[in-house]
Design a protein around this ligand. Structure first.
Ligand SMILES: Cc1cc2nc3c(=O)[nH]c(=O)nc-3n(C[C@H](O)[C@H](O)[C@H](O)COP(=O)(O)OP(=O)(O)OC[C@H]3O[C@@H](n4cnc5c(N)ncnc54)[C@H](O)[C@@H]3O)c2cc1C
Length: 282
């Protein structure tokens, strides 16, 4: 029999986290599936659980000229309803699961679950997002690409809770998102790409391309991005072969129940080419 904690505040949650070996959860849409049991019986958690999904102090979204700060217990539905969030950043979120999943699922759960197929992750990598983790002794601010250390693993310590996600509030001239799943809804990504770029007078001044489900973590190839920055958009088509070769070397998908590595590689390269040639190059 496991114990279930429901703290009244973040400080109480952090104290429980420090003094007990507990698994933190928010919406439960990953953990309830992972530890599901027979129908009608409780989930079989491997250890005591600390539910924080109700904590009001983590349920707000703050937007200023520089950053969008999302509390750990903000649901996808709350994020989608917020009119201050750019619609381009809502695209990956509105394709997650179903209405029911978006009503309970959170960015913090998606990040801490650390699946390379997590649908918020390509966007967070492309936008250089950071997470804030807290313990009773203080806070750490960590870039998303350093926080996630491998499939299903993060650098979160046993006494820490992820409290906020920070997305720089930067405007881009081009934003692209494409998710390939088995169906239009309730489908985990086979491949996904989130990309942004800034083009000023036909010259690329900034570009970031993040590829999901094609390696142990989301892939961003900063060498390729550096090669594109400074280029005239009319030259990108002539660079495409060497750029796609760079991505092809880095993309290392697996065969699994959802897709094959051959399919994933091909589709990922097609999506990158679509963004570079069709979206930027015209
Ligand atoms: C039917 C269905 C469809 C789905 N479709 C998609 C989809 O299309 N795309 C997609 O990406 N995902 C999908 N998912 C997976 C899931 O809904 C998402 O990953 C969601 O974002 C998880 O959020 P959560 O709050 O429910 O996480 P939880 O289940 O609460 O937690 C997930 C993990 O994160 C840890 N954790 C959660 N919050 C914190 C915190 N604040 N601090 C420290 N650790 C924490 C937990 O210990 C656990 O390991 C689907 C799931 C289901 C059941």
């Amino acid at each position: 029999m496991v114990m279930s904690f429901r703290p009244a505040s973040l400080s109480e949650a952090l104290l429980i986290r420090k003094t007990n070996d507990v698994m933190v959860y928010c919406g439960g849409s990953d953990v309830m599936i992972k530890y599901r049991s027979w129908s009608g019986t409780p989930a079989q958690f491997p250890k005591d659980v600390l539910y924080i999904g109700h904590l009001k102090e983590l349920k707000s979204i703050d937007v200023n000229d520089f950053e969008i700060t999302i509390g750990a217990t903000v649901s996808y539905a709350q994020f989608l309803q917020d009119e201050r969030i750019p619609i381009e950043y809502k695209k990956p979120v509105e394709q997650i699961g179903s209405v029911a999943i978006r009503n309970i699922g959170t960015f913090s759960g998606n990040i801490c679950n650390a699946s390379p197929a997590g649908d918020t992750l390509t966007m967070l990598y492309a936008l250089n997002a950071k997470v804030i983790v807290a313990s009773t002794v203080g806070k750490r601010e960590i870039a998303i690409e350093n926080f996630i250390t491998g499939p299903g693993s993060t650098c979160l310590k046993n006494d820490e809770i992820l409290t906020h996600i920070i997305i720089p509030n930067q405007k881009f001239s081009h934003t692209y998102y494409y998710k390939v799943g088995t169906r239009k809804a309730n489908a985990i990504s086979k491949v996904s790409v989130f990309a942004v770029a800034d083009v000023v007078e036909h010259r690329v001044t900034d570009i970031r391309i993040a590829v999901g489900s094609c390696g142990p973590t989301v892939i961003r190839l900063k060498e390729a991005e550096a090669k594109i920055i400074g280029s005239n958009t009319s030259n990108i088509e002539s660079m495409i072969y060497s750029l796609l070769t760079m991505y092809d070397d880095k993309i290392v998908p697996i065969d699994d129940v959802r897709s094959t590595k051959v399919y994933r590689s091909k589709v990922a390269l097609n999506l990158i080419e679509t963004f570079l040639v069709k979206e930027l190059g015209q």
